[in-house]
Design a protein around this ligand. Structure first.
Ligand code: HEC
Length: 137
């Protein structure tokens, strides 16, 4: 009995270990070197002249891109997504993003711009100083 327990344990464990290893290996191959180094030293290594910060990158790829192409459907969806991730202490963030989504649903370009500007004025500097390296989306 005393011998069978560790053996069974080892047999049970080996596929788990193997599975764990192969998962790690595939996850590793998905991350580009740039991403992993950005994540490793994100505190200081993203931003001007360096790798883009996560929220900065998301803003450009989504809000800025959809604004330029006047894709209000995607803009509305992206702004709704942004409203869901209000960081702690950033009061008015969700409200501002929702107002933008609402304007996007009416294809109201200047209404959307007001939401962009409002949130940037109110939150962008603080965000950059305190949460910049943290991915929200
Ligand atoms: C609820 C808040 C919020 C709203 C609404 C918002 N943004 Fe942003 N945006 C931010 C924050 C915070 C940053 C700073 C991210 C960073 O620099 O890491 C930012 C940064 C950006 C950047 C990057 C600028 C740079 O210097 O690289 C662009 C472009 C941008 N936003 C476009 C938009 C557009 C276009 C809209 C409206 C359709 C919009 N944003 C609406 C919060 C918001």
């Amino acid at each position: 009995m005393a011998e069978r327990v560790p053996l069974r344990f080892a047999l049970l464990l080996s596929p788990l270990l193997f599975g764990g290893c192969s998962r790690d290996a595939s996850a590793g191959s998905e991350a580009t070197p740039a991403q992993s180094s950005a994540a490793a030293s994100a505190e200081v290594s993203c931003g001007t002249g360096k790798a883009e910060c996560p929220t900065q990158r998301w803003m450009k790829a989504n809000l800025q891109a959809h604004m330029r192409s006047k894709d209000y459907t995607r803009l509305e969806a992206a702004l709704k997504q942004l409203a869901e991730v209000e960081p702690k202490g950033f009061d008015g963030w969700a409200e501002s993003a929702r107002a933008g989504a609402e304007a996007a649903s009416r294809a109201d370009e200047s209404g959307v711009s007001k939401s962009c500007e409002g949130c940037h004025k109110q939150h962008r500097d603080t965000f950059r100083r305190t949460l910049r390296s943290q991915p929200l989306l």
